[in-house]
Write a protein that binds this ligand. Structure first.
Ligand SMILES: Nc1ncnc2c1ncn2[C@@H]1O[C@H](COP(=O)(O)OP(=O)(O)OP(=O)(O)O)[C@@H](O)[C@H]1O
Length: 563
């Protein structure tokens, strides 16, 4: 039977001993990793590629974990009026005819304001501002170049994510934006897609050689810039759209040469871009889109002056600002960059992504190494590839060596003291699976799309809860489940109150020492059912040092669905 030869896409989360022999590494995570279907073979119900797996919940053929996630989210959305309408007239949800274009302004047919509001509320989209454009339901409805839509499809982007649904039309209408959305929810494409559309439109209208940039994206780390530029190249392939990466550690001369030869988009860190602009005359007159990715970080002291300096060199660009953590202070500061910006919020920003289980363990500093060795030598609880966050550069090097010696695992470290080439090479080895653990400082904490990573270990708590949210977010992309193991002790007391609130809201277990700390008092702990059960059941002091039976029981309990 055809379906018996398929493997269940559910087996990623399947329990041992369910008869499923497939190795985890062979499962196609992303749609584009799957091959095309041959004649007579099952086809993925979402993208049409080879339907190698069966979705247990629906019995549909499916090509990858990504398409399964999309299928299930579509099913849960069936109560939404728009999707229902599409099904009634037998249109695929992504069909262009489903959305009607009205003066470049994509409208959902027969949806009045009340229905748009209800759609936004179901998709967890909140908007603030005047004349906010309606969300789109498919990429092809927003007047994007055909080639860009094809590139999106080729990258496996079948439907826009909620943040993309609202940001793309708003950006195309030339509005400045302040966007907060969960980690891993697709913010990068939400600004790259309109940038690419804009650049290729301008270039095909006014085609002259070797022009200055039309858009600038700033991000706080080299790795993030590298990743954003790579994604821009993938999505802009075949269009009049060239990019330049402007980050420290790479030779400046090469970056200048590339810009002189004509590019549309600069992706860079603020410091290096200022350096380049001071040493070289780059025509910024045509830059009409300015993006701040991780805006809260870029508006912190240290970056803020550089960002403002670059902004002042531009002439009234559209400004788009993004982060998973936007507080009221950032909102206020963003006013100096963009008056009347639309504020868009999607999901539960400023909270750890719901798809990540938070396992907070009380560990005294001296015992941290021993604990991490125990985790990494437990077949059941260690889920490589894993990212370990530490607070210092030297700490990253020392811990990576110690893990290698104690466990035999292949480990690299990434931090600001390494050369750019070393950082690139280590990241490449980690992303290709050559090494299974990366120990890093906050350089990989924000924005990094570490696709296969499902486990992060916060060996040292970061300095703020916002950084905690970003670091925990590396364990999940697009709603795929992950786990964050977090070591805390008295040294992290400054964050106790906020941490307890966050764990409570998530229904995550709270270690007894944390719950009873004088720095936590005053916070009622009855909120999350998980915390009530686990507090009464075990002492986190003995977590990992106690018997494996206890360890297993704890994890089993934590493996129950987050929601
Ligand atoms: N419409 C889409 N369909 C399928 N995959 C998508 C879509 N949009 C984005 N992705 C993928 O989702 C993953 C997460 O996207 P992205 O890195 O942009 O998230 P983010 O919101 O910027 O997260 P963070 O706050 O952690 O930086 C990426 O692997 C990206 O390729």
């Amino acid at each position: 039977m055809e379906q018996e030869e398929n493997h269940s896409a559910d087996h990623l989360s399947a329990q041992p001993g369910n008869g499923n022999e497939l190795e985890e590494s062979s499962v196609k995570e992303r749609c584009f990793e799957q091959r095309e279907a041959l004649v007579g073979e099952p086809r993925c119900v979402i993208c049409g590629r080879y339907g190698e797996y069966i979705c247990d919940q629906t019995d549909d053929d499916i090509c990858s974990v990504e398409c399964k996630t999309i299928l299930l989210s579509k099913l849960s959305a069936e109560t939404r009026p728009v999707v229902k309408a599409a099904k009634r007239v037998n249109l695929p949800v992504g069909d262009e005819s489903f959305c009607i274009r009205d003066e470049n302004f994509p409208k959902i047919p027969s949806m009045h304001d009340g229905q748009i509001a209800s759609l936004r509320s179901k998709l967890d989209i909140c908007v603030k501002g005047e004349d906010v454009p309606d969300p789109i339901m498919c990429f092809s409805s927003s007047g994007l170049p055909e080639k860009l839509v094809l590139n999106l499809e080729a990258a496996g982007y079948v439907m826009p994510t909620p943040v993309q649904m609202q940001v793309i039309p708003s950006s195309i209408c030339n509005r400045s934006l302040l966007v907060s959305a969960d980690t891993g929810s697709g913010k990068t494409a939400s600004f790259l897609v309109p940038i690419i559309a804009h650049c290729s439109h301008v270039r095909s209208e006014r085609c002259t050689d070797k022009q200055g940039p039309l858009a600038i994206v700033l991000a706080p780390t080299r790795e993030l810039c590298l990743q954003v530029e790579e994604q821009a190249k993938v999505l802009g392939k075949g269009l009049p759209f060239k990019t330049a990466l402007v980050v420290g550690g790479d030779p400046l001369a090469q970056q200048i040469y590339r810009i002189e030869n004509g590019i549309e988009l600069i992706v860079g860190t603020p410091g290096r871009l200022i350096d380049l602009l001071m040493k070289h005359n780059v025509d910024l007159n045509k830059v009409d889109v300015f993006v701040l990715d991780e805006v809260d970080c870029l508006l912190e002291r240290g970056f803020r002056d550089q960002v403002m300096q670059i902004f002042q060199a531009l002439s009234h660009p559209q400004v788009m600002m993004f982060s998973a953590t936007v507080n009221s202070e950032v909102e206020k500061m963003s006013n100096s960059l963009a008056k009347n910006a639309i504020h868009i919020s999607c999901g539960n920003p400023s909270r750890p992504n719901k798809s990540v289980k938070q396992v907070v363990i009380w560990v005294e500093s001296k015992q941290k190494k021993q604990k991490i060795f125990e985790i990494m030598t437990s077949k059941q609880h260690f889920k490589p590839p894993a990212v370990v966050f530490v607070s210092s550069r030297i700490g990253a090097d020392l811990l990576s060596e110690a893990i290698t010696v104690a466990t035999g695992l292949k480990v690299v470290s990434i931090h600001g003291d390494k050369t750019m080439n070393e950082r690139r090479e280590s990241l490449r080895r980690f992303l290709t699976g050559e090494v299974s653990v990366v120990v890093c400082t906050g350089v990989l904490g924000r924005g990094m799309d570490l696709l296969k990573v499902r486990q992060v270990i916060l060996f040292d708590m970061p300095n703020s809860i916002d950084e905690y949210v970003h670091q925990v977010g590396r364990a999940s992309r697009m709603g795929v489940e992950g786990m964050a193991i977090v070591f805390v002790n008295e040294e992290d007391r400054n964050l106790f109150r906020e941490l307890v609130q966050i764990l409570k809201t998530a229904g995550a277990p709270i270690p007894r020492e944390l719950a009873n700390s004088k720095y936590t008092t005053g916070i009622p702990l009855g909120g999350g059912s998980g915390s009530r059960i686990l507090l009464s059941m075990l002492s986190f002091e003995s977590f990992f040092t106690g018997s494996f039976a206890k360890l297993n029981a704890t994890f089993a309990q934590m493996s129950s669905p987050t929601k």
